[in-house]
Design a protein around this ligand. Structure first.
Ligand code: GLV
Ligand code: MN
Ligand code: MN
Length: 409
């Protein structure tokens, strides 16, 4: 199985070359790079003995048949999209480990009482349209059709992007899986935090996935001459946005467990001698406890309105993404926990602050997640690093998990 770990690492390195940017890894939803990634990963799925299809939103799905045709389905996998200037393991690792698990079954000519479907989800990060988990929400049947009208930075609607990609925005309902056929979804992912490294353990089991809210906030003031408009007569949209960024930081710093991030900001018209007339920013707020997160979101909206009023500018607040916290399935998690205990001295239970496709899939299936140690807990950064020894352990654990599921199916 260490050969499979080496193979998974080689594939991760090859996939990291598939990018829409030169010199850094960026693969956003429905981009030409995503199409190339689907082709490459699809070829590995075929090698592992799976039949491959791409659904209407662009999810790549490899099907490994059950012993009997009417068998249920166990979903494995994670996402193939990335953030900008990404590390190579976030998402991809979960897809490649799932393929390795199936490859092992294929090599042993094993057929199980259920089919396995490995999914490379089309979008988890939400970089292009801010609203996240588009792929898993389409599969779960919770995709919001109104989101098809959202525009990206180039003004292209999501419907147009899906069509350009070769998908079918008008038939996304057909991407929905039949929940009655699902045994569950088990996702492997890098931890994106430091706990496993501190405990000197390769893998751990996830108990909960934090909820998140994302908003697009726009301040509109008045553009003008940087040399002639006195400071007291300005309605500078970027100054309002800047004040809001620090208010969000201070609010999160003073509330245990809350995190608030402004990851994108842009000003118009964008010239060194012009007062910014408009500023737009993204806001991402998370907390393990949904009411605390929602209260913080409402408070920040109120503060944005106060800042705008004080500065004589307008503010527009658009909630673009909201997901509740999710508790992983008790039975599936117990099976995973036992599988971990067979392969290492302890099975730590971890809470996830990051969002995952499993959280969206929880709407229609029991979900479980396995985290793999990553160096320094670094993620959403090109320095993401995972060892092939830990990948080896994760493949062993997932193989044991699948075998145990087969025994009880
Ligand atoms: C995904 O990585 C997220 O939690 O933003
Ligand atoms: Mn991820
Ligand atoms: Mn991510």
């Amino acid at each position: 199985m260490s050969d499979l770990a080496e193979l998974a690492m080689t594939r991760i390195n090859a996939l990291a070359q598939v990018s829409e940017d030169t010199g850094r890894l960026t693969r956003t939803f429905a981009s030409p790079a995503m199409r190339r990634a689907n082709e490459l990963v699809g070829s590995w799925m075929r090698e592992a003995g799976m039949a491959v299809r791409v659904d209407g939103i662009g999810n790549l799905i490899g099907h490994y048949p059950a012993a009997q045709t009417d068998g249920k389905i166990l979903l494995l996998g994670s996402h193939l999209d990335t953030v900008r200037d990404a590390g190579k393991f976030d998402g991809a690792l979960g897809v490649l480990i799932a393929i390795a698990g199936v490859q092992r079954l294929g090599e042993n000519k094993a057929r199980l009482p259920f089919a396995i479907e490995v999914v490379g989800f089309a979008d988890e990060e939400g970089v292009r349209y801010q609203t996240a988990c588009l792929g898993s929400r389409a599969l779960a049947g919770t995709f919001n059709a109104a989101d098809l009208k959202r525009t990206d930075a180039r003004g292209l609607t999501m419907a147009e992007a899906i069509r350009e990609f070769g998908g079918s925005p008008d038939a996304l309902a057909s991407a929905k899986v039949d929940p009655g056929r699902l045994l569950g979804h088990a996702e492997v992912h890098i931890e994106q935090g430091p706990v496993l490294e501190q405990k000197n353990l390769a893998v751990g089991v996830v108990t909960t996935i934090a909820g998140q809210s994302r908003a697009r906030v726009s301040f509109a003031g008045c553009a003008g001459h940087a040399g002639t408009v006195p400071m007291n007569l300005r309605r500078d949209a970027l100054c309002a946005a800047a004040e809001f960024v620090l208010v969000a930081e201070a609010l999160a710093q003073n509330r245990g467990g809350l995190v608030a991030t402004v990851g994108e900001i842009a000003a118009w018209p964008g010239a060194s001698n012009v007062i910014p007339g408009e500023a737009r920013l993204s806001l991402d707020v998370r907390h393990p406890d949904d009411p605390v997160r929602r209260r913080a979101g409402a408070e920040l909206k109120r503060r944005a309105e106060e800042i705008a009023a004080e500065r004589g500018v307008q503010v527009r607040w658009e909630l673009v993404h909201e997901t509740p916290a999710v508790v992983c399935d008790r039975r599936l998690t117990a099976v995973l926990n036992e599988a971990v205990k067979r392969r290492q001295k302890a099975s730590p239970l971890l809470a996830s602050g990051a969002g995952h496709d499993a959280a969206a899939m929880a709407a229609v299936a029991p979900v479980a997640m396995l985290f793999v140690r990553c160096k320094g807990g670094i993620s959403h950064h090109p320095d993401e690093s995972v060892t092939s020894e830990d990948v080896h352990v994760a493949i062993q654990v997932m193989s044991d998990f699948i075998a145990e599921m087969a025994k009880s199916a």
